[in-house]
Design a protein around this ligand. Structure first.
Ligand code: SAM
Length: 248
């Protein structure tokens, strides 16, 4: 996937930057029992913050919203202000490959659709030190639902996300990384379409027209279309799985 200026032209002003929905955020949140009065959350790869704002609304949390892309943080700031929750959200721009936080400084690490940047196993193991003892890690990750998917989608995934695992493999990785599973569920297909793919699709005709003589921009747009078409055809075989974990 090319991440260039045209990628961001497609991706700015979307409700969110990956599959997800508020219902699923709430479902994962409900598994976090015994939190302190004012829990400290780290939302890694927060994007424009749909889940950040929902978490601020349903909890007393002080949330550190962390992302590398300043325009997403700016958008999150605007939305949080409109929703009246900006006081409990601290925006931090940085690289999730090298956090600059104190050890044990969060009660919860939240990461919807972004841990792939460092890798599922590396993120689970490497970020654990920032959690208090018995802290929680709520994370969604693309997985194979079908361990024997059709050849076309298998080949495509080798190109775009070759490290995708089955749910069973990820459960083993979670265990070996020192977490207990409180809950896990597959995100509904609607959470790919409603807040992510349909808003992207609605932008593409105008962008194709605007860039009709720009082959690089058109190639970036074509990659987006292919990604969506693959999900349309093969959504039974892969999906996002939302895991709520507790540090052992
Ligand atoms: C697929 S999006 C998910 C965004 C959001 N959690 C959501 O579900 O809408 C991945 C996010 O990770 C951020 N990101 C990518 N690389 C990063 C890095 N090295 N450090 C911090 N954030 C990064 C992107 O800017 C983007 O907002």
């Amino acid at each position: 996937m090319r991440v260039n200026e045209w990628f961001f032209e497609v991706h700015n002003d979307l409700p969110r930057e990956g599959p997800g929905d508020m219902r699923s955020t709430r479902r994962a949140y409900r598994m976090l029992t015994g939190l302190p009065e004012k829990p400290r959350f780290l939302d890694v790869g927060c994007g424009p913050g749909m889940q950040t704002i929902e978490l601020a609304k349903i909890s007393n949390a002080e949330i550190t919203a962390f992302d590398v892309h300043q325009p997403f943080l700016d958008e999150l700031a605007k939305r949080a202000k409109n929703e009246g929750v900006s006081e409990r959200i601290r925006l931090v721009r940085g690289d999730m490959n090298c956090f600059d936080f104190e050890v044990k400084s969060f009660d919860v690490i939240w990461c919807e659709g972004a841990i792939f940047v460092v890798g599922f196993e590396k993120g689970l193991r490497g970020w654990s030190k920032f959690l208090v003892d018995r802290g929680y890690f709520a994370v969604s990750e693309l997985c194979w639902i079908d361990p024997n998917p059709p050849r076309e989608i298998k080949a495509y995934m080798m190109e775009v996300y070759s490290s995708a695992k089955t749910v069973k493999e990820n459960l083993q990785i979670i265990k070996e990384a020192g977490y207990q599973v409180k809950d896990y569920f597959v995100l509904p297909e609607s959470s790919w379409w409603e807040n992510y793919y349909l808003p992207i699709l609605s932008k593409l005709p105008a962008l194709k027209k605007k860039h009709k003589d720009n082959s690089e921009a058109l190639a970036t747009i074509a990659e987006e279309e292919k990604k969506i078409e693959m999900f349309r055809r093969y959504s039974k075989h892969y999906g996002y799985v939302f895991y709520t974990l507790q540090k052992e």
